[in-house]
Design a protein. Structure first.
Length: 113
């Protein structure tokens, strides 16, 4: 399984970004895909996750601002991030959990004025 993430960048507070993650080589029909983030010196933390059935879960810190969605036909997950705050600055990692757990390369998100 390979995960290709894209969409990071720099934005001012209050701005928006959209992350995408495309998975290839999946054999399972049921899996979870999501996003985690990490800042230097801290543990990687869950941002949002979606199952192939469409169930979602969000970190409290992003509820109401971030929306995760998926396209099962394309094995792709999206993270729409609105009202970004400096505290959202981190490296964001795409994650897929099926029989195993897989990680994509990180993509930097920087929120700064």
């Amino acid at each position: 399984v390979q995960l290709q993430a894209s969409g990071g960048g720099s934005v001012q507070p209050g701005g928006s970004l959209r992350l995408s993650c495309a998975a290839s080589g999946i054999r399972s029909r049921a899996y979870d895909m999501g996003w985690y983030r990490q800042v230097p010196g801290k543990q990687r933390e869950l941002v949002a996750i979606i199952t192939t059935r469409g169930s979602t879960n969000y970190a409290d810190s992003v509820k109401g601002r971030f929306t995760i969605s998926g396209d099962n036909a394309k094995n792709t997950v999206y993270l729409q991030m609105n009202s970004l705050e400096p505290e959202d600055t981190a490296v964001y990692y795409c994650n897929l959990r099926a029989i195993g757990t897989y990680w994509g390369q990180g993509t930097q998100v920087t929120v700064s004025s």
